[in-house]
Design a protein around this ligand. Structure first.
Ligand code: GLY
Ligand code: MN
Ligand code: MN
Length: 441
């Protein structure tokens, strides 16, 4: 981590912490306009969307200054072993969509109609660019790409912050690196405000999520197609992640969970080293990130392509519970209420599938029904009643350890004015659809 000491105000640059695909098709995602990659500068910014977010933030604040740092590149040898993959800080990204590192965003609100936004960028260093490519610098290119009319060199930030209109708001708490102290003493926390704005996704965010979901669906289909009894879990993982990257994933949304047989009952098993056996189920909980937004998708399938009667019975109960929750999605409903709906369905349809208990018992369904997704896989807004524009997961599961039998089905759902829209339905979800896809291998 690098510390930027500004004469009177100590500011610590935060570390980087911080077309549905048809079931039968393995073709790459092709329904999108190809977006050109800007060398070293990430993807084009939706300048109207970020400007609207900045205006909304400053309106919430009324009067004062907001200072947001970009992330800093991690050091492969000193910070995280084998992890120097730069990822922008979510708050900075939300307000700029810039992937440039070590920048600062300074915004001033002097009442409703007087808003000022300044982007501070480090100078370009041609010798460094020969190693790692072009960077955005404090010049007219940055003005054009960011849509921010004032872009200044980073060394002028100190003066501007010292003269800033009070109060000063900076990011604090959730999502910040635990190793980074708060940026400026006595500043107010802007994170809670930005996080609350992130709960309902705007059109640009929804299109990013759709793309992340479509890529994820393609990966799940690739894994199902590759499945053969006797494969190692990591071979399935390779097919899955090949499907992600081949379709343009920026990175994994989270470490891929590929559990077979007994490992299906371990919720976040991601060792992925077991050799599968004929008759196993496989739980794959994995997703791609695209444009800073991640999907979260789980499918459960038989390694040999054919469910046993027992596996199908458990699967169909999980599926029914998920469908019941989906049918209850509408604005105003809470995740807790949806959880109740799913558990009630399981309870009422368990018969003797789970022995003396019903399958909704915490012994078997030992996690929550779902959560919002966005820039974080477990995104902000879990307790908020649903609103159109929120995107959530519905992920019931039944895990019977004594039988080494686990089933989870997880889909991503956009909340609309009338109910919900399945985003990840392109990945086969019923036992029939899964068997049909796998029979064509
Ligand atoms: N992939 C983590 C979860 O489903 O919550
Ligand atoms: Mn999830
Ligand atoms: Mn998941």
């Amino acid at each position: 981590m690098r510390t930027v000491l500004l004469t009177s105000v100590a500011i610590v640059a935060l570390c980087a912490q911080s077309a549905s695909q048809s079931a039968g098709s393995a073709a790459p995602i092709g329904a999108y306009t190809v977006i050109p990659q800007l060398p070293g500068m990430g993807r084009p910014v939706d300048t109207a969307a970020v400007a609207a977010r900045r205006r909304a933030l400053l309106k919430r604040i009324g009067r004062g200054t907001v200072l947001i740092p970009a992330a800093h590149e991690r050091n492969i040898e000193q910070d995280y072993v084998q992890d120097n993959d730069f990822r922008q800080d979510n708050t900075f990204y939300y307000l700029t969509e810039l992937e440039t590192q070590d920048a600062f965003l300074l915004m001033t609100a002097r009442g409703q109609d007087s808003l000022e936004t300044v982007l501070f960028l480090p100078p370009r260093t041609p010798s460094q660019e020969r190693w790692t490519g072009l960077r955005l610098g404090p010049d007219s290119v940055a003005v054009r790409l960011s849509g921010i009319p004032t872009v200044l060199p980073l060394d002028s930030l100190d003066t501007r912050v010292r003269g800033a209109l009070q109060p000063l708001y900076t990011p604090q708490g959730r999502g910040r690196s635990s190793r980074a102290p708060d940026m400026a003493p006595n500043s107010l926390n802007v994170s809670t405000i930005v996080d609350s704005m992130r709960v309902v996704k705007d059109a640009d965010e929804i299109s990013r999520l759709r793309r992340a979901v479509d890529i994820s669906v393609a990966g799940h289909i690739a894994a199902m197609r590759a499945a053969r009894a006797g494969m190692y879990e990591y071979e399935l993982e390779a097919a899955l992640e090949d499907g992600f990257r081949r379709n343009g994933a920026d990175r994994l949304g989270y470490p891929s969970i590929v559990g077979s047989g007994p490992n299906t009952t371990t919720l976040h098993y991601d060792v992925n080293r077991r050799k599968t056996e004929n008759g196993d189920l496989v739980v794959i909980d994995a997703a791609a990130e695209w444009g800073q937004y991640t999907a979260d998708v789980t499918r459960t399938f038989p390694i040999n392509g054919k469910f046993t009667l027992r596996q199908k019975a458990i699967y169909d109960l999980v599926l029914g519970a998920q469908q019941a929750a989906f049918d209850a999605v509408r604005p105003g409903v809470t995740m807790r209420q949806l959880d109740d709906v799913a558990r009630r369905y399981m309870r009422e349809h368990s018969g003797n599938l789970c022995g003396q208990l019903t399958c909704d018992d915490r012994e078997f369904f030992n996690h929550g029904l779902g959560h919002p997704i966005g820039m974080d896989v477990h995104d902000v807004g879990i307790g908020r009643p649903l609103e159109p524009g929120m995107v959530i997961t519905l992920e019931p599961g039944i895990y019977i350890q004594a039988e080494q039998l686990g089933v989870r089905i997880e889909d991503d759902v956009l909340v609309t004015a009338k109910g919900g829209e399945w985003l990840s339905a392109g990945a086969p979800r019923t036992t029939d659809a899964i068997e049909k896809l796998m029979s064509g291998r």
